[in-house]
Design a protein around this ligand. Structure first.
Ligand code: PLP
Length: 396
């Protein structure tokens, strides 16, 4: 991958300017290369390309200019050497695990991971002989204790979903390095606009581009960012052979959306902070979970680790359990009742009966996901309108 950006550039500039793709037509906004294959001047040129003697495009399962432009831009924003794009966030996780692990290897992961990630580890990696141990995300001693001689991967999301627990990435990276394992961070909640895990020692960053990278709820996609050997070679070869590829059209959507990522994330953070502060003053609310609040257990760590902001996800416990939580959700008129997040539209959900319904009631209780817990993904509407809608729910 060629570096086409100034290393002095900030994240917003990289999002607008890195990975520029321009054809001889001179278009200012990059074109979409909707083609499955590429043609050659001669049989010799074709042979040279296939032999790897002449770099360039062959087939869009693994080489496409629009997908490559998205990859270069995202790699520049995360500060990584290489990026591989996939058809979804889950495909990015699958590709990373199958490309870098083998039967007998062991993963230590946060028990608060996205539900399908837990399912992938338990059901599909499990049957290939790759075991996973799940631990409390913010307890470094628990991570240490779970690591064994076969541990090759530590996997985490920070802040966690839905309770926004913040994990010390530098601490986990040190544990990974001391044990010949890779630290893999699913950076979906923060995006590189807020947090760049590679700068804290993480080895691989994973994205569900479906969430904030698109940010407008339109397309599914994923990405893996890291060093040239692990991502540029191992993960890339998995993509080339196994084919969980990103469509050029979706790549173009994400590529253009990266241009506004920093400014959108700033707005999400500003409104989420306002909402969290307001919720803390409301009588019907028992507790508010948001890393930007000084009442948050890891507020100091979050301030250091997420220099761009505290994120767009706010969770809170409603007094009165499930009944009160459902009543509040149903009384809102503008907010979208959906489990999706990272959209321009504010979404509201009851985790215990949706995103976390498949885990047992005891496990939920241990993880602190109560019946009164509500999660809001704060969108880009005026914050006063978001608060007014929730006020309707709280007072009704
Ligand atoms: C949505 C999500 C995923 C999965 O991404 P898809 O694009 O839906 O496959 C993975 N991790 C996190 C944290 C997510 O929110």
């Amino acid at each position: 991958m060629t570096i086409d950006y100034d290393p002095e550039w900030g994240t917003a500039t990289r999002g607008v300017r890195a990975g520029t793709l321009r054809s001889p037509e001179g278009e200012h906004s990059s074109a979409i290369h909707m083609t499955s294959s590429f043609v050659f001047e001669s049989a010799e040129a074709c042979a040279a390309r296939f032999a790897g003697e002449d770099p360039g495009n062959i087939y869009s399962r693994f080489t496409n200019p629009t997908v490559d432009a998205f990859c270069q831009r995202l790699a520049a924003m995360e500060g990584g050497e290489c990026c591989v794009a996939t058809g979804s966030g889950m495909a990015a996780i699958l590709a990373t695990c199958l490309a870098t692990l083998q039967s007998g290897d062991h993963i230590v992961a946060a028990h608060t991971l996205f539900g399908s990630t837990i399912g992938l580890f338990n059901n599909y990696l499990g049957k290939l002989g790759i075991r996973t141990t799940f631990v409390a995300p913010d307890d470094l001693d628990a991570w240490q204790a779970a690591i064994g001689p076969d541990t090759r991967m530590l996997f985490v999301e920070t802040p966690s979903n839905p309770l926004t627990e913040v994990v010390d990435l530098a601490g986990l990276a040190a544990l990974a390095n001391a044990n010949n394992a890779r630290l893999v961070v699913d950076n979906c909640f923060c995006t590189p606009a807020l947090q760049r895990p590679l700068e804290h020692g993480a080895h691989i960053v994973i994205h569900s581009a479906t969430k904030y990278l698109d940010g407008q709820g339109r397309a599914l996609g994923g990405a893996v960012v890291g060093d040239a050997e692990t991502v540029g070679d191992q993960v890339f070869r998995f993509l080339r052979t196994c084919g969980p590829s990103m469509s050029p059209f979706n790549a173009w959507i994400f590529y253009k959306s990266l241009e506004t990522l920093e400014i959108r994330m700033r707005a999400h953070c500003e409104s989420a902070t306002r909402l969290a502060q307001w919720l803390e003053t409301q009588p019907g609310i028992d507790h508010v979970y948001y890393p930007g609040l000084s009442s948050h257990a890891q507020h100091e760590l979050a301030t250091r680790q997420q220099p761009g902001g505290f994120g767009g996800i706010v969770a809170f416990d409603v007094a009165g359990g499930r009944e009160a939580a459902f009543k509040l959700i149903n009384a809102t008129q503008m907010l979208s009742i959906t489990a999706n997040l990272g959209d321009t539209r504010t979404t509201i959900v009851h985790p215990a009966s949706t995103t976390h319904a498949r885990i047992s009631a005891e496990d939920r209780a241990r993880a602190g996901i109560g019946e009164g817990l509500v999660r809001v993904s704060v969108g880009l509407e005026n914050i006063d309108d978001i608060i007014a809608d929730l006020w309707r729910g709280l007072s009704g």
